[in-house]
Ligand binder design. Structure first.
Ligand code: SAM
Length: 213
């Protein structure tokens, strides 16, 4: 998600170091100290403007959530939501998921959400896709045994690519949905900003999978 440069973003981020981390590799996985309660950690990569993480954190105070977002102006909008709603069970990272293994201890994460990740349609950019063979081993390292990856997309080619990529890596599929909004799984679905804009245009695909032991 490209957002127009927002002048207020950098100072706003700098003013909220208790909720957003800009040098997560320095933490060396000591996330427990940043949350009021020691409880399971769920991670979202590509948090965007934060609608999903803000909503799920409200519904699940028994879980700690961390959102990683690359774009400063975008993560600043997520931060605004989290601060306005006093979500003490949310931490944000302004950073690149490329480095996810430097941000967490092995097996520290109990669930990973990839919501409408950029599809990078050109073949030469395939390695940038967040479900590519470049990223899967990194997720494998940080996820707890049997922890699910929950991936949603509206892009059929990206969905098919992700199925193949996960299968080639040896992930086990727990659920595959070809039209999330017209399935029974939709009952617990939390709609993201991107989803809200595109859901009238066609089906939403979802994969839930976990790494083998
Ligand atoms: N998840 C949000 C939603 O569903 O509304 C945003 C979807 S948007 C299409 C994808 C987001 O992922 C963008 O905000 C982009 O900046 C972020 N992103 C892409 N690659 C990333 C990476 N390697 N690390 C962290 N964030 C990334």
């Amino acid at each position: 998600m490209r957002a127009r440069h927002k002048k207020w973003a950098a100072p706003y981020i700098a003013a909220h170091p208790q909720t957003i981390v800009t040098d997560p590799d320095q933490l060396q996985g000591e996330w427990e100290d940043r949350f009021p309660k020691k409880q399971p950690i769920y991670l979202e990569i590509g948090t965007g403007k934060g609608q999903f993480i803000d909503t799920i954190a409200k519904l699940h105070p028994e879980i700690n959530f961390i959102g990683i977002e690359l774009e400063e102006s975008v993560v600043a909008m997520a931060l605004k939501k989290v601060i306005a709603h006093h979500r003490s069970n949310v931490q944000l990272i302004e950073g690149n998921a490329n480095q996810v293994v430097d941000f967490f201890k092995p097996h520290q994460i109990q669930c990973l959400f990839l919501n409408f990740s950029d599809p990078w349609p050109k073949k030469r950019h395939a390695k940038r896709r967040l479900t590519s063979s470049r990223f899967l081993p990194r997720y494998h390292e940080i996820l707890a045994p049997n922890a699910p990856i929950k991936f949603k997309t509206d892009n059929r080619n990206f969905f098919e690519y992700s199925l193949k990529s996960m299968n080639n890596y040896g992930l086990k599929f727990d659920d595959i949905t070809l039209d999330l909004h017209h399935s029974k799984e939709n009952e617990h679905n939390i709609v993201t900003e991107y989803e809200e804009k595109t859901m009238s245009h066609g089906p939403i695909y979802r994969i839930v999978a976990h790494f083998p032991d």
